[in-house]
Design a protein around this ligand. Structure first.
Ligand code: LLP
Length: 423
């Protein structure tokens, strides 16, 4: 078997697929399927690449928790010294429940509500990444009404093309995100004049699953041009936040390693005289994506004239990325087979033609076999839904030879608990 996305923590020993020191078939039998299984070592290894890249610098890594917001995953990153990039009041509650330090939280997103602003000010978060002039005015009003000052950064839209899927490009002019390059200085001047706000930084985030370093370098140049202009206008910028977006290997993709990318970005920062500035980044996918797999059981094989279907017990509600973005996730047998393969579309039980997990996959499988859907640590469980009243899957965190059940399988009773019949 050639190398798997998620290597070296994911590997066959003889014919059995292991994550760290645990045989995945054992976990599927113990906890049932569909089951998400994450490697703690893989997460910490991914984080270490960034930490090495930033060695000797004044940098804070804020894990973009939308990628995977399960409490025990947050706990791993909190214990490793990460801050968090949040996008809702719910995410704030999760970080606090997992033991995160509120001073290292940054709050992104175009649509923060007044309630969320109050909640975040009460928690004492490190920075609001503000995305519009209208939001600045509301945040100022909320902070003044509480007798507080909100620490802010303005998200600038550098108008560079990250060359990724249009749904996950965020730094182009036509996107809803950030303040246009040309309006940035005026927006900073407005922020600096408002009593409830304290300008502390500047930020940008140009997209996700970026596999090329050029857009990062271009965005960095544009942000540094803006820092120069803003500081020349007498508004100091304490930190520069370059967002997240670094891609992972799903299907032979070859993104730069985090430390190599940052060696180049830091060289550019040094060349422009900003190497000692406080830096922040917001990686999500690259910290967790290849640390997780989703185990699923083959329910039925359904040969057809045009297509053969392999119907599995995981579906678009568990793994929404193929249906939403035509995303590719590799799929491999949990117990390797040496039988001849057949080409299948791998689909779930949900009543939608869009409920597919993989197309035209060569598999040697029978009903009852287990498949591992790879690269399932990011934007899978955190985007899971209850469509078709399917309970969300259970999750296990593997740490060496120990398996920790970090989320129980969701029951129908739990799904219905907030609902009421009408008398
Ligand atoms: N910072 C901000 C402001 C973001 O909007 C995002 C992701 C990140 C950081 C983290 O980006 P990452 O390092 O994970 O690429 N559901 C899509 C991805 C959506 C990304 C949204 N924003 C997917 O499954 O591909």
């Amino acid at each position: 078997m050639t190398s798997l996305p998620g290597a070296p923590h994911l590997a066959y020993r003889e014919d059995n697929l292991f994550l760290e020191n645990l045989r995945l078939s054992d976990l599927a039998h113990r906890y049932g399927t569909p089951l998400f299984v994450y490697s703690k070592a893989a997460m910490l290894t991914a984080l270490a690449a960034y930490q090495q890249g930033f060695a000797g610098r004044n940098a804070q890594i804020c894990y973009a928790m939308k990628a995977n917001s399960s409490l025990a995953v947050l706990q791993v990153f909190a214990q490793a010294g990460c801050g968090f990039d949040i996008v809702s009041g719910g995410e704030l509650e999760r970080v606090l429940a997992a033991g995160g330090n509120s001073a290292n939280i940054i709050f992104s997103g175009v649509g923060k509500t007044r309630t969320e602003m109050r909640q975040a000010l009460n928690a004492g978060i490190g920075c609001f990444n503000v995305e519009s002039q209208a939001e600045l005015l509301v945040l100022n009003e909320v902070a003044v009404s509480m007798g507080r000052q909100a620490r802010i950064s303005i998200r600038v839209n550098p108008n560079v093309d990250p060359k990724t899927h249009p749904y996950i490009s965020t730094g182009l002019k036509g996107n809803k995100f950030g303040v246009a390059h040309e309006q940035t200085l005026a927006t900073y001047q407005m922020a600096a004049s408002l009593p409830g706000l304290k300008v502390v930084g500047i930020d940008c985030h140009i997209g996700s699953q970026i596999t090329d370093e050029t857009p990062y370098l271009d965005a960095m140049d544009r942000v540094l041009d803006l820092v120069e202009a803003i500081e020349s206008a007498g508004i100091p910028i304490d930190h520069i936040d370059f967002g997240g977006g670094l891609g992972i290997n799903y299907n032979g993709d070859q993104p730069p390693a985090a430390d190599d990318l940052w060696a180049k970005l830091l060289a550019r920062l040094d060349a422009r005289g900003y190497g000692q500035r406080k830096l922040m980044i917001e990686p999500g996918r690259s910290l967790v994506g290849n640390a997780g797999v989703c185990l699923t059981e083959v329910l039925y094989l359904k040969p057809g004239e045009q297509k053969n279907f392999c119907i599995v017990d995981a579906a678009m509600n568990d793994l929404p990325r193929p249906a939403m973005y035509q995303a590719f996730h590799a799929m491999v047998p949990v117990t390797a087979s040496h039988a001849p393969t057949t080409t299948y579309d791998v689909v779930g039980p949900v009543c939608e033609s869009g409920d597919w997990l993989g197309r035209d996959r060569a598999l040697a499988v029978q009903a009852g076999d287990l498949l591992a859907v790879l690269s399932a640590g990011a934007y899978c469980m955190s985007m899971a839904s209850n469509y078709n009243t399917r309970g969300r899957a259970a999750e296990v965190l593997v740490d060496g030879a120990a398996a920790h059940l970090i989320r129980e399988r969701e029951t129908a009773a739990l799904q219905m608990q907030g609902e009421r019949l009408v008398n």
